[in-house]
Write a protein of this length. Structure first.
Lengths: 109, 113
């Protein structure tokens, strides 16, 4: 249906290593949003992608929307301990609220 | 512009009591969403309201749970006859439109003894 999957569910990386999480859908997405939730905190909006093949950067974070608009990725270069948290993708819809299950990132100092 | 407000931040109830969770959306936002989150788990969508109307309640249990967003005042998530399994963090989010980003409140941590 309209669900979105995220992989991996968990990722443990050494500080300084790169990290990537993927958001996949079986149907075409109109647009995709990414959120971050720190441990003990609430989700915070990071970015929205709208166009096919779109790439956006925020410092060490790179967000990409697939050409077919069925998948998206979030890549973090040289992770830091401040990157710890759970990253959720959300497919936007007029009548349904659909968040992915999230990827939980742990960074080992 | 103040962010999304939720109160109380922490709520303790005994089994069988009622829990009322309040959410004041950001100014100008008419869309409100409620989520439940268990420790180490993802966000579970519960209900989506747009000023006095329930748009989607597919994630809300049919019994004991209800939500409203009156013309005046905050949105309320009401849980009647709470059970231990209701213990969770409940987040509210608001947005100006269905496709816009959602702004989340700090959450209400409900503990049922």
């Amino acid at each position: 249906g309209q669900q979105v999957m995220q992989i991996p569910q968990y990722q443990h990386v050494q500080e300084g290593e790169d990290f990537t999480t993927y958001c996949n859908s079986s149907t075409t997405l109109s647009n995709i949003q990414w959120y971050k939730q720190r441990p003990g905190g609430h989700p915070v909006f990071l970015i929205q992608l709208v166009k096919s093949g779109e790439v956006k950067k925020q410092k060490r974070l790179t967000f990409q929307f697939g050409e077919a608009k069925k998948n998206s990725s979030l890549h973090i270069t040289a992770t830091q301990t401040t990157d710890v948290g759970t990253y959720f993708c959300r497919r936007t819809s007029y009548d349904k609220v659909i968040f992915g299950p999230g990827t939980s990132l742990s960074v080992i100092p | 512009n103040a962010g999304v407000m939720q109160n109380p931040r922490h709520l303790v109830r005994r089994r069988g009591q009622e829990a009322r969770l309040r959410c004041s959306p950001m100014k100008g936002h008419s869309h409100v969403y409620w989520y439940r989150q268990l420790p180490e788990e993802g966000l579970k969508f519960m209900v989506y309201l747009q000023k006095e109307n329930i748009i989607d309640e597919s994630g809300m249990p049919k019994e004991r749970f209800s939500a409203e967003f009156p013309k005046e005042g905050p949105s309320i998530l009401r849980i009647q006859q709470v059970v231990r399994g209701d213990s969770a963090a409940y987040f509210c989010a608001s947005s100006p439109g269905q496709l816009n980003e959602q702004f989340f409140g700090p959450g209400t941590r409900l503990t049922v003894l």
